[in-house]
Design a binder for this molecule. Structure first.
Ligand code: DQA
Length: 146
């Protein structure tokens, strides 16, 4: 089974970017740890990060017929992107939205998500552990509905 991990803009800077909010781990650290956890569950994790909205849309389209589920931290596009919402709806692949920070405890413009309404679930506020929790939630959903 393949699961796609998508990371949006500025998440390539994890570890250097606002460490008080986003922590010390790099995206490579997070991806490696999650791939290890996925492997223990017999899941192949495919990772993709882009700072470009259209590249994320293209990668979502490519997941059709390949990925059983998607984990997405769309970064700031969470709060702005109807295109990413429509791409996720278009491919009809179950997805979990996740964030390192608790977006509801931050600026008001981060409280709204264009992705949450159609997500299997949303995880936020647990730092890098948000990724593990999102994987667990997605796999439990996929196995319940297999
Ligand atoms: C984020 C939260 C977003 O509001 C922000 O724009 C990000 C990171 C998070 O993981 O906490 O880039 O998605």
């Amino acid at each position: 089974m393949h699961v796609l991990l998508l990371n949006g803009p500025n998440l390539n800077l994890l570890g250097q970017r606002e460490p008080g909010i986003y922590g010390q781990s790099s995206l490579a650290d997070i991806e490696a740890e999650l791939a290890r956890e996925a492997k223990q569950e017999s899941v192949q994790l495919d990772c993709f990060q882009s700072n470009f909205e259209g590249a994320l849309v293209d990668r979502i389209h490519q997941a059709m017929g390949v990925s059983a589920g998607i984990l997405i931290n769309a970064g700031a596009y969470t709060h702005t992107s109807i295109a990413i919402r429509d791409a996720l709806a278009g491919v009809a692949i179950p997805y979990v939205e996740l964030h390192l920070s608790n977006t509801h405890a931050r600026e008001e413009f981060r409280h709204h998500s264009f992705l949450a309404e159609r997500a299997v679930g949303v995880i936020c506020g647990f730092g890098p552990a948000s990724y593990s929790l999102a994987l667990k939630g997605l796999l439990s959903h996929l196995r319940r509905n297999a």
